[in-house]
Design a protein around this ligand. Structure first.
Ligand code: ZN
Length: 308
C-alpha cells in the first residue's frame, strides 16, 4: 500500500506518544503491543457500554479462544481472499534426529522455522468465525443472537498504532432468516453510529471494501461494494484523509450457512450478519480525541463510559 510521507509521520508520531505515555508497550515487532491498565480500563468500560446497549436482546454470551480448528478454517474462503493476512500455528513434531538438525540451524542462525509442522489450529481472523461450525444444524424458530469477543490476528505489520497485528473484536452475530440478518445489520449500523458519536467520536458510515488479495480479489471487491454487504464506521485517528474503521456491520448472506450447514427452522439455509467493534481502535480514537488524561475527558463522555 502506498502511504504518503505525511501520514506515515503522523502514524509514527502518535505511536511514539502512546508509548511515551505508557499506554502501549512496544514488543519490538510492528503492530504488536502490551497495553497499560488505563488502556484496558477504557476497553472494559466501552465493552460495558456495548453490553448495556445490547442487553435488551438477551444474546447468548460465548467466548472462544484466539485459535480455532484448522479444518474449520479450510471451510471458509479466507485462504482464497486474504492469504497475506492469515496466521497458522506450527510446532515441532519430529524426533531426536530432527531436533538435533533444527538446533544446528538455530545455533548457526539459519532458518529453523522450516523444520516445524502445521498444528491442528489456526489463529482466528475474525471473532465470529469460530462460532459458525458450532451452529451446524437447525436454528430455533427465532434464530439465534450471539455475543462474542476475542483477539483476532491479521498479518499486516504497520507503524499505524491503529493497525495492530492482534487486537480484540466484540461482536453481536445474528443467525436466522435473510430478513432477520438484514434487520440486525441495519439496526446496529444506526446504533453503533449513535454510540460512537455519544462518546465524542466523529464517525462516518462508508460502504467498505475489504483488501481482497490478487486478481480474483478485484471481482470479490466489486461484488462486495455492489451488494452493500459491508459498512464501516470510520473516524480520523492519525489522518483525516485516511480515517480508521472502528466498527463494521456485515452481511454474509448464506456464506456461513452453506459452509457449515446451518438451517432455519423451516429448512432454509440460514443467513448471518454481524456487528463488530474494534476495541483497541476505539480506545485509540478516544485517546486521540480527548487526550491521554482520562480524568480530563469531557464530563458527558466520562458519564457514558462510567469513568468515575
Ligand atoms: Zn463477524
Amino acid at each position: 500500500m502506498c502511504i504518503s510521507g505525511d501520514i506515515h509521520d503522523a502514524y509514527v508520531e502518535y505511536q511514539e506518544e502512546l508509548v511515551e505515555a505508557g499506554l502501549l508497550i512496544p514488543l519490538g515487532v510492528k503492530g504488536v503491543y502490551g497495553r497499560s491498565g488505563t488502556f484496558e480500563h477504557i476497553i472494559d468500560q466501552f465493552e460495558n457500554y456495548i453490553t448495556r446497549n445490547g442487553a435488551q436482546f438477551q444474546a447468548e454470551v460465548m467466548r472462544f479462544p484466539p485459535i480455532f480448528n484448522r479444518a474449520h478454517y479450510e471451510r471458509i474462503d479466507h485462504i482464497n481472499n486474504f492469504p497475506d493476512l492469515l496466521g497458522s500455528v506450527h510446532s515441532f513434531t519430529g524426533r531426536d534426529r530432527e531436533h538435533m538438525e533444527m538446533l544446528r540451524k538455530f545455533e548457526a542462525k539459519e532458518d529453523w522455522s522450516r523444520d516445524l509442522n502445521a498444528t491442528e489450529v489456526m489463529l482466528v481472523p475474525a471473532a465470529c468465525y469460530p462460532l459458525y461450525p458450532t451452529a451446524t444444524g437447525t436454528l430455533p424458530a427465532d434464530g439465534r443472537l450471539v455475543d462474542l469477543e476475542t483477539f483476532v490476528f491479521r498479518h499486516e505489520p504497520s507503524d499505524d498504532p491503529a493497525r495492530m497485528q492482534i487486537f480484540r473484536q466484540r461482536e453481536y452475530v445474528r443467525l436466522g432468516t435473510p430478513e432477520a440478518a438484514l434487520q440486525h445489520r441495519d439496526y446496529w449500523l444506526g446504533k453503533s453510529r449513535d454510540m460512537l458519536a455519544s462518546v465524542g467520536l466523529d464517525v462516518t458510515p462508508v460502504i467498505a471494501n475489504d483488501p481482497f488479495f490478487g486478481r480474483g480479489g478485484r471481482v470479490m471487491k466489486a461484488t462486495q461494494l455492489e451488494q452493500n454487504l459491508k459498512y464501516e464506521l470510520v473516524v480520523p485517528i492519525c489522518s483525516t484523509e485516511k480515517p480508521t474503521a472502528v466498527a463494521s456491520c456485515n452481511m454474509h448472506l448464506d456464506h456461513f450457512g452453506v459452509a457449515f450447514d446451518i438451517k432455519t427452522s423451516d429448512g432454509q439455509v440460514a443467513h448471518t450478519a454481524c456487528v463488530g467493534f474494534g476495541l483497541e481502535r476505539i480506545a485509540l480514537a478516544l485517546f486521540k480525541t480527548h487526550g491521554f488524561k482520562v480524568e480530563s475527558w469531557p464530563a458527558a463522555v466520562r458519564e457514558i463510559l462510567e469513568l468515575s
